[in-house]
Design a protein around this ligand. Sequence first.
Ligand SMILES: Nc1nc2c(ncn2[C@@H]2O[C@H](COP(=O)(O)OP(=O)(O)OP(=O)(O)O)[C@@H](O)[C@H]2O)c(=O)[nH]1
Ligand SMILES: [Mg+2]
Length: 125
Amino acid sequence: MDSSFDIISDEEIQDIRSSLEEGESGTGKSTFVNAIRGMDDEQEGSAKTGVVETTKVPSPYVHPQYPSVTVWDLPGIGTPNFVADSYLQSVEFSRYDFFIILSSERFKQNDIDLAKAIQAMNMKF
Ligand SMILES: Nc1nc2c(ncn2[C@@H]2O[C@H](COP(=O)(O)OP(=O)(O)OP(=O)(O)O)[C@@H](O)[C@H]2O)c(=O)[nH]1
Ligand SMILES: [Mg+2]
């Protein structure tokens, strides 16, 4: 039989499945990290972006023009490994100076809870 068509791999199926389970596709955090560093998403050294490519661990990106500025790309809140309740602990909040919360469509309960938790720690967002 001719099997020249693309067969979706088990790994790809798993990626799609877990992204659906997470309920929210990315809100553009990694895309924003790249934009703020003046980089294309495809460029070497840029943060990985994509519909199913989830940022799974907090990752530091030094700004090319301002080496003392590090932008951290964080996983989404409410993903399986980063549940809302313990999100700030999981991402080690104390190492950041301030937070930028990215939300697509509407500012949802997780976003509000996050903003309140940041405020409660006397940090800025
Ligand atoms: N229409 C539109 N799409 C965007 C925008 N920003 C990002 N995207 C797309 O949305 C998808 C997800 O973007 P990412 O930057 O990977 O999102 P993320 O928040 O880092 O996602 P996770 O790491 O999975 O939490 C990608 O396909 C982007 O190209 C935007 O402003 N508008
Ligand atoms: Mg990401």
